[in-house]
Design a protein around this ligand. Structure first.
Ligand SMILES: [Zn+2]
Length: 343
């Protein structure tokens, strides 16, 4: 009987027996605790099918979602000294970096991509939250500067997609220097008369929200995402007061003038494309944009008109209304909640 137990049984077991089941087939929704099958979740753009909660989206999926036909080109981010302070807490910073690199297959927490959205040339600087919480160190700062420079050189729009816990503490002062650097980078884009849109995703906090992430011509946010500087508990303990519910969510910030529009993920691509078409004024809506771009004068036109030269950085609504006299009803959400503080 040996041949039966030793040979036949393992053979049969290998054919019909239990296979290795990956443990990430099901995910629990952090909002409603509903169980979500990985394939359904991916099909639904990482949005919970039970309650509509927007789960985190892998940065590459997001880029594919935004760019036309999912096609984009990566732009290299310059190398920087990897551990300027020789920092060590429980673990060496260089080891943490290596871990993050092998986990994500990426060099740093930012991806700069070049492509078209709605037919408009666009540079996207997207944070990778899986890489050390999307924290902003020197390399990420370099990424933002490179994205801004490329946008100006290519006469393209710049879109920043932060998903970050803030500055990278392991780089101390070096990471804090990235705040003014990123602000100057954004200023370059605005001075060139090009649109700068920020898509706030979960979470956008700390030094990132204290710099380039809050300087967009238009601030879009995903539903329910957390946006703030310090955490709720820290603020409550400091001011010794209870904060309102929903504090630091996208919807709260929209109602209080910090965010222009909260856009569900399914409408993101379309909304972004429509905004870029309006802002870059190449749809012929005003009768001058469409042709001038072809002979290379588009940039000058924007610069002269001053639409995005910084003066109007906090009043994009007037611009939108001007170039869209047809009052596109789908853009009501842009026009209505202007940056007016409600009491
Ligand atoms: Zn849910």
């Amino acid at each position: 009987m040996n041949w039966l137990t030793n040979y036949i049984r393992p053979k049969i077991q290998s054919i019909v027996g239990p296979k290795d089941v990956p443990d990430n087939l099901w995910q629990k929704c952090p909002s409603c605790s509903g169980m979500l099958f990985h394939r359904d979740l991916a099909e639904n753009m990482n949005v919970c099918s039970h309650c509509g909660h927007h789960l985190k989206m892998p940065v590459k999926d997001r880029l594919e979602l935004l760019f036309d036909n999912g096609v984009y080109k990566r732009i290299d981010v310059p190398n920087v000294p990897s551990d300027p302070l020789k920092f060590k807490d429980k673990k060496k910073y260089v080891d943490r970096l290596k871990d993050a690199q092998s986990k994500t297959g990426e060099k740093e927490a930012i991806i700069v991509a070049d492509g078209e959205i709605g037919g408009m040339p666009t540079i996207v600087a997207a944070f990778n939250f899986d890489f050390m919480g999307g924290s902003m160190g020197a390399a990420v700062g370099e990424g933002i500067v490179r994205a801004a420079e490329t946008a100006v050189a290519k006469n393209a729009a710049l879109i920043a997609i932060p998903a970050s816990g803030g500055a990278r503490m392991q780089e101390g002062m070096v990471s804090l220097i990235q705040l003014p650097r990123s602000v100057i980078a954004v200023r370059m884009v605005k001075d060139a008369g090009l649109p700068y849109i920020v898509l706030l995703t979960d979470p956008t906090t700390g030094g990132v929200s204290a710099s380039f992430a809050m300087l967009g011509d238009i601030h879009m946010a995903e539903p329910g995402c957390m946006i703030g500087f310090a955490g709720k508990r820290v603020i409550e303990e400091t001011i010794r007061e209870q904060l309102p519910s929903g504090f630091q969510t996208a919807e709260y910030l929209r109602d209080h003038g910090m965010v222009d529009m909260v856009v569900p993920r399914k409408e993101l691509k379309e909304t972004m494309a429509r905004l870029l078409n309006l802002l870059m004024n190449r749809t012929g809506a005003s009768g001058v944009g469409g042709n001038s771009q072809k002979n290379g004068q588009g940039k000058n036109m924007h610069a002269k008109s001053g639409l995005f030269s910084g003066k109007t950085a906090f009043a994009p609504h007037a611009t939108l209304n001007q170039s869209n006299p047809a009052n596109d009803p789908s853009l009501d959400s842009v026009k209505e909640p202007a940056r007016v503080l409600k009491k």
